[in-house]
Ligand binder design. Sequence first.
Ligand SMILES: C[S@@+](CC[C@H](N)C(=O)[O-])C[C@H]1O[C@@H](n2cnc3c(N)ncnc32)[C@H](O)[C@@H]1O
Length: 240
Amino acid sequence: MFSRELIGPLATTISGRSWVLDPFAGTGRIHAIAEAAGVPRSTGIELEPEWANTDTFPGPDRTQVVGDALVVVPTFTPGTFDAVLTSPAYGNRMADKHEAKDPCKSCGGSGVAGASDCRVCKGRGVSRRNTYRHRLGRVLSANNGGGMQWGPEYRDLHRAIWAVCVSVLAPGGVFVVNCSNHIRLGAVVDVCDWHRRCLEELGLGIDDVVNVETRRQRHGANGHLRVAGEQIIVATKPAP
Ligand SMILES: C[S@@+](CC[C@H](N)C(=O)[O-])C[C@H]1O[C@@H](n2cnc3c(N)ncnc32)[C@H](O)[C@@H]1O
């Protein structure tokens, strides 16, 4: 989800706009950001029905559409939106797909703690993984960027989705990407810089790149090396 610390700064970037699109909407925090910014219309697109949370957003002004952004975004007329604001997956270890089989460290694999289920593994007995696949509880749908490690597949999907989003953005519209770098094999993978350059290659002008300190997960192989925070890239589609 968008970090709570980011809701204010992100709202500022779309203030004064009329209709915002989030192609990676998850549980739909884009609608709370739009409310905070005074943006009257917001559309989120989310591939996984369990996360799209559609019942919470009734009515024509705040909608969640279930589907692949690559397919759903082009169904809108070019120039429909005057803002795109989104947070893609970061291509980090959250994309791991394997099933955890090692026993939960808290309950030793029994799944119980005292008279109730172990709170850490929720009674499953296996260790917890902070991955999209584990959070969803099943294999991710095809084309889910959350299941892609940093690499050509990740870049191809995101480049293609940014391109369709640019085509439904009106000239003068703002395009905001919230992302984060990560550490792989002891070195920083500059995912944010790739997204910034990709937006430039699609013809957008970069207005601002803001670094924001957030609480990042500290467990995992590189817990002692975590990158400090997240970035907000603010770009504009030029007038023809
Ligand atoms: C980093 S999360 C965004 C979370 C969101 N900002 C929130 O506040 O809940 C990325 C989301 O994009 C979704 N996603 C990944 N690939 C997608 C695709 N091709 N089309 C639509 N949604 C996709 C994932 O299922 C995941 O929920």
